[in-house]
Each structure stands twice: as C-alpha cells, then as structure tokens.
Design a protein around this ligand. Structure first.
Ligand SMILES: NC(=O)CC[C@H](N)C(=O)O
Length: 276
C-alpha cells in the first residue's frame, strides 16, 4: 500500500502535534511536523505531502478568536498550499479542534453553502458579511474537558468510513457550532456534511439540541464535525488522537477485555487507506 505523507502543521501555541503525528504513523502514514514559518518561507514544501493536518491547541494564544490568526496567516500567505490540499481532489485535509476552528475561519468546511443564484449571473453569497456558519463560545462560557459520545451520520466524509459511533475526549472553549440560518443548516445536513454529532451513550440523538452535558457546548444540531462536499476535507472538535490506545479510555481498568485499539485510530487508518 502506498504510504501517504502527512504534513502536521505547527504554529505558536499548537500543543497536539506530537500525538497527532504519532496517530498517523500508527495508522501507517509518514508524518512530519512542520512549522507554519517554514511553509511561509517555502510554500513549495507542500507538494511533498498528500495529507494536511491542523492539530489541536491554542494557536497564537486563541487571540481575537480561536484559530483566527492562523487562518488569516494561511489565507494571506499560504493560498497555494491550501489550493494544493483542498482543490486538487487528490489530497486530504483534517482539522482537529483548534484545527477545525482554523478550517471554519478559512471557510473550507462550509464552502458552497448559503449561496444565492442570481438571475443569469454567478452564484453569490446570501450575506457576504456573515459566514454561513462559525464556531463560538460554549454556552456556559468555560473551557470544557471530558469524554463525549459521538454518532456518525450518513456522510461522504472519508475519515469516518465504516465508523458508526465513537467515544472521544473533547477539550475546548470555542466549540459551539452555529449556522447563519435554518437554510444553511439544512443544506449542510442534506449533503451529509454535518458528519459527526454529539449523541447519547446509546447512539441516539433525540432532539435538535441535546441538553448539557451530552451536547457539551449547545451547538446547533449537536454538530461536532463538518466536512466539505467531497468528504476529503474534515474538521472535528473532539480529539481522535487522544484515543488510539485502549488504555486511554477512562474506564479501561474496569474492562474485562481490551479492544486492540482506541476508538479514534480508525479515522487515521481510513485516511491512509484512501490512498491505497
Ligand atoms: N484542544 C484544542 O484544540 C482547544 C481549541 C481552542 N483553544 C479552544 O479552547 O476552543
């Protein structure tokens, strides 16, 4: 099987790059951690890689808003790099937690939705000043760090193939997903782009916004992860790289039998297998 190469992008304040690179390596990829400054010096480095991963953390101290500064730097200086990974059709992009926040600010997870078709003219955004969706502060206004149950919707998302449910840690302050309006939410939902959602331990999602703590932030439609229309670009707020080994499960000592791997590993394997 060809071994894809993963660019794990670091910025000042990133703190999950080592374990994210480890998860990709365990899944069979070659992963390298590369500082955003190195890419700004030489954006052509991107052509060596097939997967771009934006890991979790506090890039640029979450100043202004989580993910905002890194997204602005990428938009301003790394347009070709994003084009290589997002638009070429041959590559994958994964944003985890702070990485999802960056992808949301870049608009790549909600691209193509919320457009108005003007008579005879090109599609234009319904309201250019307001993005179709964003991530904002958790309802209770605090950083929340614990384990959550997640259900996978019928979705084109490459990373979630053959996964129905996952139990993963979440750790964020600004993870509440809100759509601009009901039409945008429906557009994303009907395309299977609201790929990952907080659910009850049984896997059920009984209401549009499940109560705290099942839905840890109060976000619309219990959304925890969103993909682009192709399913190759995916962002999620929980941390799959923190559950790749069974002993990372909070109750692992009480289990009679241990599974071979933690529940997050399949996501990284799916990415590697996509290149087979
Ligand atoms: N774990 C993370 O990546 C945290 C994301 C971001 N710093 C937040 O608090 O929302």
């Amino acid at each position: 099987m060809p071994q894809p190469r993963v660019l794990v992008l670091r910025a000042p304040g990133t703190n999950c790059d080592v374990e994210t690179a480890h998860a990709f390596e365990l899944a069979g990829a070659v992963a390298e951690r590369v500082h955003v400054g190195r890419l700004m010096e030489n954006a052509a480095l991107a052509s060596r890689y097939q997967i771009l991963c934006l890991p979790g953390g506090f890039s640029y101290g979450d100043d202004i808003a989580a993910g905002r500064i890194l997204a602005t730097r990428m938009r301003r200086h790394l347009g070709d790099l994003m084009h290589h990974f997002v638009d070429s059709g041959d590559n994958l992009v994964l944003g985890i937690c702070n990485g999802m926040q960056v992808l949301m600010r870049l608009g790549v997870l909600t691209s193509g939705v919320g457009q108005l078709q003007t008579a005879g003219g090109p599609a234009e955004s319904a309201d250019d000043s307001i993005p179709p969706a964003t991530l904002t502060w958790n309802n209770h206004g605090r950083f929340e760090d614990r384990w959550v149950n997640l259900a996978v919707d019928k979705t084109p998302c490459v990373f979630l193939r053959d996964i129905e449910q996952m139990y993963l840690p979440m750790a964020h302050a600004e993870g509440k997903f809100i759509a601009r309006d009901a039409e945008v939410l429906e557009e994303l939902r009907s395309a299977g782009r609201l790929a990952l959602r907080y659910c009850e331990p049984s896997g059920e999602i009984q209401s549009e916004t499940l109560p705290f703590p099942i839905n840890p932030n109060g976000g619309d439609a219990n959304v925890a992860g969103v993909c682009d229309a192709s399913g190759r670009v995916f962002g999620l707020m929980p941390h799959p790289e923190r559950h790749i080994d069974p002993t990372q499960h909070p109750f692992w000592t009480r289990r009679k039998e241990q599974p071979e791997h933690g529940e997050g590993l399949q996501m990284f394997r799916n990415a590697v297998e996509w290149f087979a």
